[in-house]
Design a protein around this ligand. Structure first.
Ligand code: MC0
Length: 141
């Protein structure tokens, strides 16, 4: 079902400070920056590696407001890994298949994600405490 780990989402208070840390410490490069109002985040994607099934990234996330998923996460737990995003070939199919196994899919339909992807989240309580995201990357032309 999964093609690759698409990204690891990391919650932080100060996006610019964390970007500078990942660039200077690990030599990663920012390939995209976006504000996603619907998700309540400002985010940056840092490229890690390319594989046969697509690329993988670190996604740094800071909240647009305290009353957002990432804002509440930071208040409760502090900075750290917020979610894991897995690449899937067909998100509608993956959502239906996973829901059929009794895991709560938090989105009724795919939403807009980073770099033109379609995304959907699975409830962390049904995945051993791990907020899990399905990611269908845009088709490569
Ligand atoms: C909350 N909980 C988590 C968690 N966030 N557990 C693991 N990982 C996380 N990230 C746990 C809390 O500890 C708590 O457990 C319970 O879930 C309810 O917490 P809450 O404070 O009520 O939190 P809410 O209201 O934020 O709801 C949690 C939920 C929500 C996962 C349903 O955050 C959600 O719908 N998230 C999906 C959307 C999202 O996260 N968007 C931001 C990234 P206890 O045991 O204390 O009850 S957007 C993104 O990443 C996009 C841009 C992209 O990738 O392209």
């Amino acid at each position: 079902m999964f093609l690759r780990i698409d990204h690891v989402g990391i919650a932080c208070h100060d996006l610019e400070e964390k970007i500078a840390f990942y660039e200077s410490t690990f030599g990663l490069t920012v390939v995209s920056r976006e504000v996603n109002e619907e998700q309540g985040v400002r985010e940056a994607m840092l490229h890690v590696a390319d594989g046969d099934n697509g690329a993988s990234y670190v996604q740094l996330l800071s909240p647009l407001h305290p009353d957002t998923p990432v804002g509440r996460f930071l208040a409760r737990r502090g900075e750290g890994v917020h979610h894991i995003g897995y690449g899937v070939p067909d998100i509608a199919k993956a959502m239906a298949e996973i829901a059929g196994k009794g895991v709560r899919v938090l989105d009724e339909r795919p939403r807009h994600g980073s770099m033109g992807a379609s995304i959907a989240f699975l409830h962390p309580k049904d995945v051993g405490g791990v907020l899990t995201e399905l990611v269908e990357a845009p088709k490569r032309s």
